[in-house]
Design a protein around this ligand. Structure first.
Ligand SMILES: [Zn+2]
Length: 350
């Protein structure tokens, strides 16, 4: 496999913009954005749910610059205003989120009767392409492989930091998921604790590798796409009508343990799923996608997988997390996973 290059560009705020590429990136930089103050988020303990909630009050007042009609993730070099990436072109770019909900600053606030702590950690934006209208569905396979290699480089670096307990790369796609910036990008949240959903998964995998134990039924009935290394399936216990999981057939703790062939299979599958969703809905399908990997690089029980949740009920009717889901945590489904697997399979295998 082609090796990637990584350029570390020191920004004017002393933080790093990382450019990942197949062709070495040596371009001279143009005008940078103005320096912004780092965010000072904090955590408050919700004693009812036994969960942390993060507060980042500055986020609501964040200035949008460049002007709102321009995209801050487009390459800035050829434009008349600076953007996050002060070059004329790039392949994949990663930089710290200026209004991060997790940022190591060690400053706490005091509220009587409530447990609080600094919202330490980190968060990054990962831009998949320098083309504003690009989509993973249409990208070259090699670009998706570079994206996977970028995630792996981030995992390796970030999971070895003392102030980070868990690394979650995810993507929100579509206005239905609250996205206002349409340039193809995702985020990487680095939490100072293990998030509750992941904590449950870690405990479940320690008891039993439930992905491996249901593999046969996944391959027979629930798959939407597969090859020798990877399977994409609607899990038999899906909570969203078109929920899809991508799972390596052999357990790995995270994508950093993939060999070259597995990266290739995973990338092809990733694209098939997104392309299939778009073809099924006949438009850019909205989804929330997240990489579920272990919290430690050498974990021995976690089975890495990717989860996609299109926020839909049936057809393109929106799924609202209403009374039962929000108040009771019990999902109500109108359609069976074995039926949606059939519908999606048709579109994810072309
Ligand atoms: Zn753009």
């Amino acid at each position: 496999m082609n090796k990637f290059h990584k350029r570390i560009f020191k920004r004017n705020d002393n933080r790093e913009l990382l450019i990942y590429s197949r062709t070495e990136h040596t371009e001279k930089h143009t005008q940078e954005l103005d320096i912004t103050l780092p965010s000072l988020p904090h955590l408050r303990w919700n004693p009812s749910r036994q969960e942390w909630v993060t507060y980042s009050p500055g986020r609501e007042n964040r200035t949008f610059f460049p002007p709102k009609k321009y995209c801050p993730f487009c390459p800035g070099g050829d434009l008349n205003f600076p953007t996050e990436i002060p070059f004329s072109g790039f392949e994949v770019a990663v930089f710290p989120n200026r209004w991060s909900s997790f940022n190591t600053h060690n400053k706490n606030i005091d509220i009587s009767g409530i447990k609080t702590k600094p919202s330490n950690g980190h968060s990054e934006i990962i831009v998949y392409s320098d083309v504003h209208n690009d989509t993973i569905a249409e990208m070259s396979l090699d670009r998706i492989q570079l994206l996977v290699e970028t995630w792996n480089d981030r995992y390796t670096e970030l999971l070895s930091r003392d102030d980070i307990a868990y690394v979650l790369p995810f993507e929100n796609r579509g206005e239905e998921c609250g996205v206002t910036l349409h340039h193809p990008h995702g985020q990487i949240y680095c939490y100072p604790f293990i998030p509750p959903v992941v904590e449950k998964e870690i405990i479940a995998f320690r008891k039993e590798n439930f992905i491996l134990s249901m593999m046969e039924s996944l391959e027979k009935k629930y798959f939407v796409y597969q090859d020798d290394d990877i399977i994409a399936a609607v899990p038999p216990f899906a909570r969203y009508a078109y929920e899809v999981w991508i799972m390596p057939k052999k357990r790995v703790a995270g994508p950093w343990q993939f060999n070259d062939q597995q990266i290739k299979s995973f990338s092809a599958c990733f694209q098939k799923v997104i392309k299939g969703y778009d073809s099924f809905l006949n438009k850019k399908c909205p989804y929330i996608m997240g990489l579920h990997a272990a919290s430690k690089l050498d974990d021995k029980s976690f089975h890495f997988h990717v989860e996609f949740y299109p926020p839909l009920r049936l057809g393109d009717k929106p799924k609202i997390l209403a009374g039962s889901e929000s108040m009771g945590g019990v999902f109500i489904m109108d359609v069976l996973p074995e039926e949606t697997a059939l519908m999606l399979r048709e579109h994810m295998n072309t």
